[in-house]
Design a protein around this ligand. Structure first.
Ligand SMILES: Cc1cc2nc3c(=O)[nH]c(=O)nc-3n(C[C@H](O)[C@H](O)[C@H](O)COP(=O)(O)OP(=O)(O)OC[C@H]3O[C@@H](n4cnc5c(N)ncnc54)[C@H](O)[C@@H]3O)c2cc1C
Ligand code: SF4
Length: 328
């Protein structure tokens, strides 16, 4: 690692003024489970001059119901806490399943939900360690081509992006998107709130180095909603999603009245499965509907040379998610 300054601000205001003072040259650190790897491997040309530890800031932790009957999760809530919270397990099982699917218990005990949402991508070219012959520059790093296009693209996106094919690595982002959650972001000019899926764009996060995610707000799901998070990994149990599906489906009189389904592992962003949602709304969730929805979910797929296998996994997970009884 290279030397850097380290700060433990006791308040959000002080953390924000430190970020401002370093003009984009400081990095936030929460659990450190992603950031320390990025720093040790020196994968980025820009090395932070300072780390701003946010773990001592009061008010950024906890999980509680809000006045509207929804849920508020502080950015510092640990993934293990989110996964086992009775509030999350009973009202938002798609999120507890996603949180519990992340990495190992050790990482979930350290890693925060804010850090999970803001973690960097896992593309093997992007993450190539500097000490092994020099870091690999690419489109996402601001110079060079995308090496995944002609190289090893087994774990990359299959849904229509052209600038960067690294998939959104966060499991909780997929589940939170399906739940219609928003994140609150604090900056020097106050706070702003955006839908979770809008935090992601093909080349970066949609927030500046001078902002901090403070909390996540999830609206109360419609009554009788069935929820499921299904994730296909190559190595169990500690692995990122090859493909994942998060579904929140409201049922009345046996028919789907509203569907919110997001896909992970297939795009640089949590991808809304719009065609799938249209294929199930108003229908009974039987085998024929699930088959049609699975085809609809994969209709926009444009696999690269080595990842067409993801299309079949996607269709299979979609069918399992829609027909799953365990989430009723
Ligand atoms: C072996 C391994 C397996 C993994 N498997 C999975 C997996 O299956 N699924 C999955 O989703 N993830 C997986 N991860 C990623 C893991 O979930 C993240 O490392 C963890 O959630 C990051 O949280 P943290 O608090 O440690 O973040 P940090 O490492 O502290 O921070 C990560 C990034 O987020 C920024 N950041 C942190 N908090 C905030 C905030 N409040 N506001 C703004 N920016 C912030 C930091 O500046 C940094 O850039 C895995 C990681 C490892 C090492
Ligand atoms: S997929 Fe993205 S991160 Fe990976 S090499 Fe291409 S541009 Fe870089």
């Amino acid at each position: 690692m290279k030397p850097f300054e380290h700060f433990n601000p006791p308040s959000l205001d002080e953390a924000l003024s430190l970020l401002k003072r370093f003009e984009g040259k400081a990095s936030l650190i929460a659990g450190g489970t992603d950031l320390l790897g990025v720093l040790k491997d020196r994968i980025l040309e820009d090395y932070p001059a300072a780390l701003v530890n946010i773990k001592n800031i009061p008010g950024l932790e906890g999980i509680a119901e809000d006045r509207a009957g929804g849920l508020r999760i502080g950015a510092l809530a640990r993934l293990a806490e989110v996964g086992r919270s009775p509030l999350v397990k009973t009202g938002y099982p798609v999120l507890s399943q996603a949180a519990e699917s992340v990495a190992s218990l050790e990482i979930r005990n350290m890693g925060t939900i804010g850090g999970n949402l803001c973690q960097d991508v896992r593309c093997l070219y992007y993450r190539y360690p500097h000490h092994m012959g020099g870091r690999i520059l690419c489109h996402r790093k601001g110079s060079g081509p995308c090496h995944a296009v002609k190289g090893n693209n087994r774990y990359h996106a299959i849904m229509g992006f052209k600038s960067c094919f690294a998939v959104c690595p966060s499991d909780t982002a997929i589940a939170l998107s399906a739940l219609g959650a928003e994140i609150e972001i604090a900056g020097a000019r106050g706070t702003r709130t955006i839908p979770v899926q809008n935090l992601y764009s093909p080349l970066s996060l949609e927030m500046s180095k001078e902002e901090i995610v403070t909390e996540i707000r999830i609206p109360k799901p419609l009554p009788e909603s069935r929820q499921a998070f299904l994730k296909f990994t190559e190595r169990k149990p500690v692995d990122f999603a090859v493909v994942s599906v998060a579904s929140v489906i409201a049922i009345r009189d046996g028919r789907c009245t509203k569907a919110s389904v997001f896909l992970g592992g297939v795009a640089p962003v949590p991808l809304r499965a719009e065609a799938l949602e249209q294929a199930v709304e108003g229908r009974r969730l039987d085998a024929a509907t699930a088959e049609e929805a699975a085809l609809a979910s994969a209709a926009g797929a444009r696999p690269l040379s080595d990842n067409a296998y993801k299309v079949e996994i996607l269709k299979s997970l979609v069918k399992q998610a829609l027909l799953s009884e365990s989430n009723e």
